[in-house]
Design a protein around this ligand. Structure first.
Ligand code: ZN
Length: 351
């Protein structure tokens, strides 16, 4: 790190599992035998994802984010001011219908992350992978992993079979709250239902651009479900969600809460107040206008200088670091909050 003062926390970098073989050392004899002798080869879409990343790689045969050396070269060493980076492995565990398989794969992934990534670079932190479709099993994995060095968050795919505010998910959130861990909702997921409220889209572009609607649905559900009253210490981080959609959604939610709040009497404050106190969003992608003045207005509409967390989303390219550099130009103090101070607060990192 040299003489450069640590001033950057990257709240979203990724690892790519090179294949199911990498998990074998962390699975029981039973699951090793299942993988060797049956058609079960782990979550369904990770290998496609790995091939897609490989196809896009600029260096032949190198899969970005598949080795800690690549992450060090491309992110950790490339930014001398970087103090920590949080590894989010979006592993499609939610695609598994066998609860024992989902629990076993999630546990193996967490052990793989601990041994192959966290143990090899002190700047890395990680999220806990859980079988989110089985909330009781997810809670057990959170209990098992909490307190393990370097694990700072519970990771959920933003797409789920029903909204996370449903009482069915309460054991999962109770476990996160019990251990003081933020819950991160990350772009994507494949729980089996359509990614839009009106059925299956024809093209991935529709799903990709429309994912903000899923984030909105989850945020409304979590507020309406009363999770922030039930668990006053719960922090929610929306990762790779964009940010510009939030102010108009909150305006609408506040307005309608005033008319319908008798239905949800446990929600005792304006929804926007819960969001200000409990919810954070990462900056990549930053879906704000290019014009500096308009950018300043969008950020002001978010209503809090604590709400944004810097993220690169390595190795997924969104085209720029523009949001952070322009915010620094507009307000150095605000940029410092986004780049490190807000993450220190939500993840309770020591300075
Ligand atoms: Zn990401």
């Amino acid at each position: 790190m040299g003489s450069v003062r640590p001033s950057l926390i990257d709240c979203d970098v990724h690892a790519v599992l090179p294949g199911i073989a990498a998990l074998l050392p962390y699975l029981s004899d039973y699951w090793r035998e299942q993988i060797a002798q049956t058609g079960f080869k782990g979550p369904v879409d990770r290998w496609y994802s790995a091939r897609a990343v490989a196809a896009a790689a600029t260096i032949k045969d190198e899969i970005p984010a598949s080795k800690v050396e690549y992450l060090q070269r491309d992110v950790l060493d490339a930014r001398p001011e970087l103090q920590w980076a949080i590894l989010n492995y979006d592993c499609a565990v939610e695609t598994l219908h066998n609860p024992d398989a989902a629990a076993a794969v999630a546990s193996a992934l967490n052990e793989w992350i601990a041994a192959e990534w966290l143990a090899r670079d002190p700047r890395l932190r990680a999220s806990i992978v859980v079988p989110s479709q089985f909330p009781e099993l997810a809670a057990a994995e959170i209990d098992r992993m909490s307190g393990r060095p370097g694990f700072v968050q519970v990771l959920l795919p933003v797409r789920s079979a029903e909204p996370y505010g449903s009482r069915n998910f309460r054991p999962l959130f109770a476990a996160a709250a019990r251990h003081g861990l933020p819950v991160g909702l990350h772009f994507g997921g494949a729980p089996g239902n359509p990614p839009t409220p009106v059925g299956w889209p024809s093209f991935y572009l529709e799903e990709y651009a429309g994912m903000t609607g899923v984030f909105q649905t989850q945020l409304i559900s979590i507020v309406a479900g009363g999770l922030f009253d039930t668990f006053p210490d719960l922090r929610l981080v929306l990762i790779e969600a964009g940010v510009a959609w939030l102010p108009p959604m909150l305006w609408r939610l506040d307005k309608n809460w005033k008319g319908l709040r008798r239905e949800i009497p446990w929600v005792r404050r304006l929804p926007s107040e819960y969001v200000r106190d409990h919810v954070r969003l990462t900056t990549a992608p930053f879906d704000a206008p290019d014009d500096a003045q308009q950018l300043r207005e969008v950020v002001a509409q978010l209503g809090s200088d604590s709400i944004l967390l810097y993220a690169s989303d390595y190795p997924h390219a969104h085209g720029e670091d523009r949001a952070v550099t322009e915010l620094e130009f507009l307000s150095p103090a605000f940029a410092t909050r986004i780049k490190c101070e807000n993450a220190r607060a939500v993840y309770r990192f020591e300075p």
